[in-house]
Design a protein around this ligand. Structure first.
Ligand code: HEM
Length: 404
């Protein structure tokens, strides 16, 4: 039976992930067609774990070079907007090599003490209020502070960085976007990422920092971008700097923020799992994998088939993470699940999340501290989700905390 489901319909995502829809598609229509409104042409959705892995691994057949969001872009837009994420082959390897030293497990381990201090302050401030919006007080400030540290910029810039991220990633949400991506008005911004005017502000911010740091021996991310040697011998262009700087600004924030918020909701909804971690905190480093699987903050990325005809293929990581052929009791939140080969960061392909070790340490440190302090937490009002089929995001979640 062909399902009438259309995954470009954002109403499906209004209250969070449409898990039953993904389950139905995996069962009845694992390669599923969705029509889209013009100027887009529709896409095929891949919803089963192994099929997603096959697409991610074969970047020759399924390229990222035609871009990875649903928006279809022309050659001029590709040229202007391309970053590491939308590059394949030798150039992609060179760009990754430039940055990967900053993101190895050993490199990010150096941030542990800093992260512990940051977590403690964040939780002190939030918990002192008793009742608060968990997203605003805990989840959103934490990853942005880590980013400020990686970029070596003052914490006073954090509010601005959060605002830019919201405005760009919320491109489909009227509350966040300056101009909705499908609004004709967005044509003015067609040559910048997410068609968002916020991108231009991020570029200008990056330029000022680059100017300060060029030719010096800083070790922060911006210094690496402007002074690092490219292994393919082709220096970064101004466009390369802009788009990759912007990618680093957005990639780690929303994703980690939403994982923290989802995890808190999951621990609230499954108090027996919270108890398990309170009684056995040594389980937390491993439980992080289940936090990530269950949160699936990035719903999908897109590839384009390059052979014969051009086709848009969308890999639904969130669906693969609930595939019952891979995960026993896939819809159960089980902090002791093992093995847990989730695809929240992608799985095995060349674009596998560069920041995965950093995200993991952020989640571990945050929940080690948080779980040790609380007796319980309760939602005191409705959870407000981002209107998006790209990011599984939470905008607000009012909570009350009971401390130990
Ligand atoms: C829970 C948090 C995070 C999630 C769920 C996440 C998810 C992802 C996913 C799904 C991809 C694409 C994988 C693929 O196509 O195979 C990706 C790529 C990427 N991520 Fe993350 N990410 C997270 C945190 C971070 C952090 C903290 C950073 C660092 C600043 C980061 C930087 C990147 C970059 C630069 C890429 C592009 C890599 C490439 O194209 O080679 N991410 N991420």
């Amino acid at each position: 039976m062909i399902s009438p489901v259309n995954l470009s319909n954002l109403d499906l995502f209004e209250s969070g992930a449409p898990w039953p829809v993904f389950a139905e598609l995996r069962q009845t229509d694992p390669l599923h067609w969705s029509d889209e409104e013009s100027p887009n042409h529709g896409f095929w959705s891949v919803t089963k774990y192994h099929d997603i892995v096959r697409v991610l691994r074969d970047s020759e057949t399924f390229t990222s070079e035609r871009f990875t969001n649903l928006e279809e872009v022309d050659a001029e837009q590709e040229e202007a907007r391309r970053s590491l994420l939308e590059t394949d082959g030798a150039r992609h390897r060179a760009l990754r090599r430039l940055l990967q030293g900053q993101f190895t497990p050993a490199a990010v381990a150096h941030y542990e003490t800093f992260l512990r201090g940051l977590t403690a302050t964040t939780l002190d401030n939030a918990f002192a209020q008793g009742e608060f919006d968990f997203v605003r007080e805990v989840a959103s400030d934490f990853p942005i502070n880590v980013l400020a540290k990686l970029l070596d910029v003052p914490v006073e810039d954090n509010k601005q960085l959060i605002d830019w991220g919201n405005r760009m990633i919320g491109f489909d949400d009227p509350e966040h976007a300056d101009v909705l991506i499908n609004d004709p008005e967005s044509e003015k911004y067609r040559l910048v990422p997410f068609r968002s005017p916020a991108a231009l502000e991020v570029f200008a911010y990056g330029d000022a920092l680059a100017k300060e740091r060029r030719g010096k021996n800083g070790t922060d991310l911006i210094s690496v971008l402007v002074n690092g040697d490219m292994s393919d011998g082709i220096a970064l262009s101004e466009r390369d700097f802009h788009t990759n700087f912007l990618l680093l600004v957005v990639a780690g924030n929303e994703t980690t923020r939403h994982t923290i918020s989802h995890t808190m909701i999951n621990l609230i909804k499954h108090p027996e799992q919270l108890r398990k971690l309170q009684e056995n905190p040594e389980l937390i480093p491993w439980a992080v994998e289940e936090f990530l699987r269950f949160a699936s903050p990035v719903y999908h990325f897109r590839r384009t088939v390059t052979k014969d005809v051009e086709m848009k293929i969308v890999t639904w990581f969130a669906s693969g993470n609930r595939d019952s052929q891979i995960f026993e009791d896939a819809d159960k939140f089980d902090v002791t699940r093992s093995p847990n080969e989730h695809m929240t960061f992608g799985r095995g392909g060349p674009h596998m999340c560069l920041g995965n070790a950093l995200a993991r340490i952020e989640l571990r440190v945050m929940f080690e501290d948080l779980i040790s302090r609380i007796d319980s937490m309760a939602l005191t009002g409705p959870v407000d989700y981002l209107r998006s089929n790209f990011v599984h995001g939470i905008k607000r979640m009012p909570v009350r905390v009971k401390l130990r």
